[in-house]
Write a protein that binds this ligand. Structure first.
Ligand code: RFL
Ligand code: PHB
Length: 393
């Protein structure tokens, strides 16, 4: 079957769905082609922390009703080291900005509901997705549905298909430069039916490795442990995970880690990655397809949303005024933010994890950095303004 739209979007993650939503609000038609099922993308456990700007955008564009009702607003975070907690007053240090805990798959569900209610086409369970002819004005997305080949012709393709997608590898050799760093550790994450042990997130630096206490709701806790990159989950029965979390998050008598049934477990690799430029002809890459950050700064989803905001604005200017200038500058505009967020995520990761090749000097230096960060207003403010999200250009 041959189909046609203005913007063909590959991937129904936060980037692809938000782009489709923003384009719709600007009167531009799009079709989203997704490899997985609606149920799969609506249940995939991933990020949970939204920057102030991401929350504002979701609310301003009419998809914030459940977020307003169910999201947990946080005014601060805690850094824990040497057995003591130190609060960073995010709001106080940023003139009132906050972050919000709201699961990524809930954002996905909200966006899918809104898109479908507006009559949008989202093609789920598309096989053999490929992109073609983006060196010219009529690029195409081909895919199979139940074995039948479909071709979607468009004016532009948005590659929002994540780090393992097909769009970035489709760009001819020599066009893109990749910048990459893989960390010698991973995160073992659990979701547990346990009341959060603190109202705020706790980032813990410990001799045995990093740990993070986060949450999803007043009854669900999300916790992470630094582990080996090839960690075998089979070696981690629930009791062992809880014991290890308890050790790393320990903070004197007044604090206790609430335990509960573990309802999900997984290992997440840690990587920093950027591709430059984020575009080739009429193909534009956005979100994890163009860059990956280690989760320590909680930035991946937020950066994906920042990209598509720029892309939607550029496409709107093109369709409304015939102006290609913003499209031409898409990469340049995005990459300024991308690299600042890369720097922040790398810095948080380097400060809070144990490295196999470090020595006693490095450990003392990390502790001094944490001490400085939590005792200097200037240093705390630097953390706070990056954590709540840098302003949009
Ligand atoms: P996604 O979400 O990976 O979506 C890509 C979509 O494309 C589909 N796809 C294809 N579709 C068609 N054809 C193909 N060939 C395709 N190949 C793939 C996929 O099925 C999928 O639906 O990318 P997007 O939209 O760029 O969004 C990026 C975010 O998902 C990601 O950056 C965050 O989850 C990262 N992240 C966090 N980000 C935050 O902002 N705050 C956090 O607190 C946070 N915590 C995290 C995280 C990621 C984690 N994991 C599991 C990687 C915590 C974890 C544990
Ligand atoms: C999460 O709640 O999943 C989460 C929060 C903060 C991070 C990473 C993940 O830095």
């Amino acid at each position: 079957m041959n189909l046609r739209t203005q913007v063909g979007i590959v991937g129904a993650g936060p980037a692809g769905l938000m782009l489709s939503h923003l384009l719709h609000l600007a009167g531009i038609e799009s079709v989203v082609v997704e490899a997985r099922s609606r149920r799969y993308v609506g249940e995939r456990v991933r990020a949970g922390l939204l920057e102030q700007g991401t929350v504002d955008l979701l609310k301003e564009t009419g998809v914030g009703e459940r977020l307003t009702r169910l999201g947990l607003t946080h005014h601060g975070i805690e850094l824990r080291f040497g057995g003591h907690g130190h609060r960073i007053d995010l709001s106080g240090l940023t003139g009132g900005s906050t972050v919000t805990i709201y699961a990524q798959h809930e954002v996905i569900k909200d966006l899918i509901t809104a898109r479908l209610a507006a009559g949008a086409q989202i093609v789920f369970e598309a096989d053999d997705v490929s992109v073609h002819d983006f060196d010219g004005p009529t690029p195409k997305i081909r895919y199979r549905i139940e074995g039948n080949l479909n071709e979607l012709s468009c004016d532009f393709i948005a590659g929002c298909d994540g780090f393992h997608g097909v769009c970035r590898p489709a760009v001819p050799a020599g066009v893109l430069t990749m910048y990459d760093r893989v960390y010698p550790f991973a995160w073992l994450g659990i979701l547990a039916e346990a009341r959060p042990s603190s109202d705020e997130l706790i980032y813990a630096y410990h001799e045995r490795g990093f740990a993070l206490h986060s949450m999803r709701s007043p009854t669900i806790t999300r916790l992470y442990l630094q582990c080996a990159p090839d960690e075998d989950l089979g070696n981690w029965p629930d009791e062992k995970i809880w014991d290890e979390l308890e050790r790393r998050l320990a903070a004197g008598k007044g604090w206790k880690l609430n335990r509960g049934a573990v309802i999900q477990k997984g290992v997440t690799e840690m990587r920093s990655f950027v591709v430059e430029p984020m575009q080739s002809g009429t193909l534009f890459l956005a979100g994890d397809a163009a860059h990956i950050v280690p989760p320590t700064g909680a930035k991946g989803l937020n950066l994906a949303i920042a990209d598509v905001r720029v892309l939607a604005r550029a496409l709107s200017d093109y369709y409304a005024n015939g102006n290609r200038e913003l499209l031409t500058k898409y990469s340049e505009i995005c990459l300024r933010r991308v690299w600042k967020v890369q720097r922040f995520s790398w810095w948080m990761t380097s400060m809070l994890h144990r490295f196999a090749d470090e020595n006693a000097f490095d450990q003392r230096r990390q502790l001094a950095e944490l001490d400085y960060l939590t005792s200097s207003r200037a240093a705390s403010q630097t953390l706070a303004e990056n954590y709540v999200g840098l302003p949009m250009e």
